[in-house]
Write a protein that binds this ligand. Sequence first.
Ligand code: ZN
Length: 269
Amino acid sequence: MGSLYTALASFLDARHRLGTWQLRIDDIDPPRAVAGSVERILTGLKAHGLLWDDEVIYQSQSTDAFEHALTQLGQSGRLFRCRCTRADLKTTGSCGQACVNQQHADDVPHSLRVSVDRSLLTDSEDRFLGPQGITAEALPQDFIVRRRDGLFAYQLAAAVDDAQPNFTHIVRGRDLLDSTHRQRYLHSVLGLTSPQYAHVGLLCGADGNKLSKQNGAPEVILGQAADNLRQCLIQLRQTPPPASARNPDAILEHAISNWAPPLHRTQYP
Ligand SMILES: [Zn+2]
């Protein structure tokens, strides 16, 4: 339900503004991929009438662009090899052993980190949450762009893909707000234009945890698509569709015309 809720907010925001709505599958972490999960996402969206424009975009097809970005980061002089294990890191997740000064050899197991120069980044305005200051937790002194296992880090891949010229607006969950500062920082180093970001508060269960599969939330029942959409619209504080709207298409038509961004809330009951 948490994923449906965020997808719905993103869909309504795009459709209300007569924009296109693109679907990207972030599939650059094969060890964590669950068989059949992409099909379940596509089936779930379709069942709720959340139809995307154009072809589905698979992040795994952008690896050349990620490699190019790493080369550029290297040329900027901000990339360094870090051999820290999890136990060595600072509480912010940044390198704990000053690897930046040590020029570790390439054959030592290492991740690649980018060092942060705060002066390159200004505070940002989130379309839903308002002005966002930057804390040390959100933007530590360095962060990983290529993992120790050789895979591209989420921050790098998302930054490069989100800055494609045809993506103007990103709507996503509040849990990614800290990542946004890191991705905006990468944009500034790479000379890319950041899209406009908007974060919606998280849909939480009675225990206060985000409603997601990782937290054991039950899967949405596809046969109850109209009810699911109505529930999400209530949580997004939208005008309820009339009772005569009985199927997903009718509910969405009403919701698109009446979309009012959920402003300045970080968490919903
Ligand atoms: Zn280190």
